[in-house]
Design a protein around this ligand. Structure first.
Ligand code: HPA
Length: 275
């Protein structure tokens, strides 16, 4: 449920960011687990640790850094969020989405989200990049709960095209140009932090999902509420075989994400060029 001071916290964060960044970019990219290597493709203009931004939540897990970068990719101005916080850390859905809300108030028009995921779809292999085409929210939490801030968006936001079909056309073009194969699939979000049991993977597959992860959906809901267009990429870090489930470690997840990073970087560069 939304805390009474949430709007004020978002506005304070956004005001601070606007005071630091004179011409605010229209595109922001969120880097998920193991995907920090994208920073190497950015000409950094400034970098602000999350701890310096009023009310920005700070990650409690080591695999996520915490800073906001203002810079350019392919000469296009962008904001990069290096790391995010998750519901499993104990943050509520409003706090998890505070950075997206603040960027929304700063005038962001397009949000590119990345994450690591497990794949239930047997055609997906570790290291594959999945362009999300839809999602199922199984978190039992929603950043839109509570009083609606009408200045931000409608009470009942439409979700018929959460992952912009026109931007997905661009991604397909960029993937084709760079000869990077991509999958397109449905993401189901869970709170975590445990990975799923075999029976849970079977259930999530039955529900119609191709991949599963512990992030992204709250950010998509907050962004769409504000009219921000969304693209999301999942990197498959573990194959959740429904017949022969193998143990999964964080090290495996990080290694697989790191290995897929160069492909994702080329793809994001290509997309930024086309946006
Ligand atoms: N399940 C949930 N979240 C994940 C997984 C998974 O198998 N892999 C990476 N993030």
């Amino acid at each position: 449920m939304m805390a009474p001071d949430y709007r004020a916290r978002v506005e304070a964060a956004s005001q601070y960011l606007r005071s630091q960044i004179s011409e605010f970019p229209s595109t922001a990219i969120v880097l998920g687990t193991g995907l920090d290597a994208l920073i190497s493709s950015v000409s950094v203009i400034s970098e602000i640790p999350y701890v310096d931004i009023p009310h920005f939540p700070v990650s409690t897990v080591q695999s996520h850094q915490g800073s906001l970068v203002y810079g350019t990719i392919e000469s296009q101005p962008i904001i990069l969020l290096r790391g995010r916080v998750h519901l499993y850390e104990g943050y509520d859905a409003n706090t998890v989405t505070l950075p997206v809300r603040a960027l929304g108030l700063c005038g962001i028009k397009t949000l590119v989200l990345t994450n690591a995921c497990g794949a239930m779809n047997p055609d997906y292999k570790s290291g594959d990049i999945v362009l999300l085409k839809d999602h199922i929210n199984m978190m039992g939490h929603n950043p839109l709960e509570g009083p609606n801030v009408d200045d931000w968006g409608p009470r009942f936001p439409d979700m018929s095209d959460p992952y912009s079909s026109s931007l997905r056309d661009l991604v397909r073009r960029a993937a084709n140009d760079a000869r990077i194969p991509i999958q397109e699939g449905v993401y189901v979000s869970v709170v975590g932090p445990n990975l799923e049991t075999r029976s849970e993977y079977i259930m999530l597959r039955l529900l119609g999902a191709d991949v599963v992860g512990m992030s992204t959906v709250p950010e998509v809901l907050a962004a769409r509420h504000m009219g921000i267009s969304v693209i999301a990429f999942s990197v498959v870090t573990d194959e959740c075989s429904l017949e022969d489930l193998q143990p999964i470690s964080l090290d495996d997840v990080l290694a697989a994400a790191k290995k897929a990073s160069p492909k994702l970087i080329s793809l994001i560069k290509g997309v930024i060029r086309l946006i």
